[in-house]
Write a protein that binds this ligand. Structure first.
Ligand SMILES: [Zn+2]
Length: 77
């Protein structure tokens, strides 16, 4: 799951707000949770542990906001 995934989902209106059912309009504070991995054999890699984001409905008269690690569950296919 990456920043472009959530950007595309929002642009295409694929994240419905659980409160007003309209597509969520924005997000903020995308944080990629990574862990540096050193396997001792000459290779080091950055392993993605997931990401956290604050989803913001942004529709009129709706104040829904959610900071979540499981934002992919909000994306409707
Ligand atoms: Zn809403």
């Amino acid at each position: 799951m990456s920043l472009s995934t959530i950007k595309n989902a929002i642009e295409n209106g694929k994240i419905p707000c659980p409160t007003c059912q309209k597509p969520v309009k924005s997000f903020e504070k995308f944080v990629e949770m990574t862990e540096s991995v050193w396997d001792g054999a000459g290779d080091s890699a950055l392993e993605t542990k997931g990401s956290k984001v604050t989803l913001i409905c942004g529709n009129e008269s709706c104040a829904w906001k959610e900071r979540t690690e499981y934002w992919d569950q909000y994306i409707k296919n």
